[in-house]
Design a protein around this ligand. Structure first.
Ligand code: ADP
Ligand code: MG
Length: 255
């Protein structure tokens, strides 16, 4: 499965993706997270040490150009780092969670031909995944900068939305773009939902109901402030929301 996350800045995309990563891992999946935000933040959220030593793919342009050429003859990467040294070069791992950082994608009129975007496209469209493997793509905001070819590699899109007009407007816009791009499964995920009024506001404003509702969580705020790895107590509302979301992501019988 290849899952991307979108939504207005600051609504909780990285936070929710980190919770999904942990929950999928708990359910037995091998998880690779690709941080495609130009200001990458996933490594901190997951509590990786030596964050500044992680090499963004965008900084390795010479190597990328070579590899991009090499890949022409053999179109498939393998998620297993022993088999493909490209992934090994850029991947960091903590407690079994794998992470790649893309760095800044330069967008240009009519699409981007820069090597890092090509690599992202290839990762998403050519990686052969077994049913036990999952790729999670954390992004800046919407899907518009990715381009059709890249987004076509994603099989599910989550749009995070909080109870505010501007967040709902962005979510609806991303939903329309993602449908146009042909992404098969698109779902809303609600965050910072404190009460029934918040819930009702979201249900009234969105084209369809969110599949999970995350509360405003003291534990999440505390772990962010202390720079600790994000961990949702399974018995908390956030933990329950994460499980609701996983149940929605995984096909029946695969949980
Ligand atoms: N459910 C939540 N409860 C409390 N704080 C949250 C929650 N979701 C996100 N946050 C906090 O809000 C801020 C922005 O979240 P982040 O995941 O970085 O947003 P995005 O990736 O969409 O820009 C972070 O400080 C994060 O800790
Ligand atoms: Mg983010």
């Amino acid at each position: 499965m290849k899952i991307a996350i979108a939504g207005k800045g600051g609504v909780g995309k990285t936070t929710i993706m980190a919770l999904i990563a942990k929950e999928l891992q708990r359910s037995g999946k091998e998880v690779l997270i690709i941080d495609a935000d130009p200001s990458p933040h996933m490594a901190q959220t997951l509590g990786f040490a030596n964050v500044e030593q992680i090499t963004p793919i965008a900084e390795m342009t010479t190597l990328l150009a070579e590899r991009a050429g090499k890949v022409e003859g053999s179109p498939f990467y393998n998620i297993n780092p022993q088999v493909d040294d490209l992934l090994a070069d850029f991947m960091v791992e903590k407690d079994g969670l794998k992470l790649m950082v893309l760095g800044a994608i330069q967008t240009a009129e009519g699409g981007c031909a820069c090597p890092e975007n090509t690599v992202l496209k290839r990762l998403l469209t050519k990686l052969l995944l077994s049913p036990s493997q999952a790729i999670l793509l954390d992004m800046e905001a919407g899907v518009e900068h990715l381009g059709r070819g890249t987004i076509a590699g994603v099989d599910q899109l989550l749009i995070v939305v909080i109870p505010s007009q501007s967040s709902i407007r962005t979510a609806d816009k991303v939903y329309a773009l993602a449908r146009e791009a042909g992404i098969k499964k698109i779902s809303f995920v609600a965050n910072l939902v404190e009460d029934d009024d918040d819930k009702a506001f979201l249900l009234a404003g969105l084209d369809k109901a969110p599949v999970a509702f995350f509360p405003n969580s003291k534990a999440i705020r505390t772990s962010e402030r202390r720079g600790r790895a994000l961990e949702a107590d399974p018995h908390s509302d956030a933990g329950r929301a994460a499980r609701d979301l996983i149940a929605h992501l995984l096909p029946p019988g695969k949980q």
